[in-house]
Ligand binder design. Structure first.
Ligand code: ZN
Length: 134
């Protein structure tokens, strides 16, 4: 259940996609985004910054067949990316499985007012999971 009360006026429909245009999506999220700068091994290599939207606020417009999924470690996270251009516009993060992680840099111009970055301790969580598996 998504509660928009109070923040409703600042919610907006963003559209975005991969580089080649095969994958397109729509998300309902605030004008001003709080974006996670994750420290897990994959996010560091990909320079993956993302904000979370609940599954109900995400809609894949096209490109289902173009998406390839990479997963590792616990396989909780599903790193979707376009099989043609390699861009990852959204994915399911291991740190928060209540929705999609959306790449703000894959959104079309015009709907994002402000981006605030915050650190996400994906690395610590990852290390814990690796230890638990042993
Ligand atoms: Zn593409």
């Amino acid at each position: 259940m998504v509660h928009l009360t109070g923040k409703e006026s600042s919610m907006v429909r963003h559209e975005g996609g991969c580089h080649c245009g095969a994958v397109r999506f729509q998300v309902v999220a605030p004008h001003s985004l709080t974006v996670r700068d994750c420290s897990c091994s994959l996010c560091v290599k990909k320079q993956n910054k993302h904000f979370i939207v609940p599954f109900s606020q995400f809609k894949l417009l096209k490109g289902h067949d173009s998406l390839t999924t990479y997963s590792f470690n616990t396989h909780a996270a599903k790193h979707n990316f376009c099989s043609t251009c390699g861009v990852q516009p959204f994915f399911i993060p291991s740190t928060d499985q209540s929705g999609y992680g959306i790449a703000p840099h894959c959104l079309d111009d015009g709907t994002v007012k402000k981006i605030k970055y915050e650190k996400c301790e994906g690395k610590k969580k990852q290390e814990k999971e690796v230890k638990a598996k042993k």
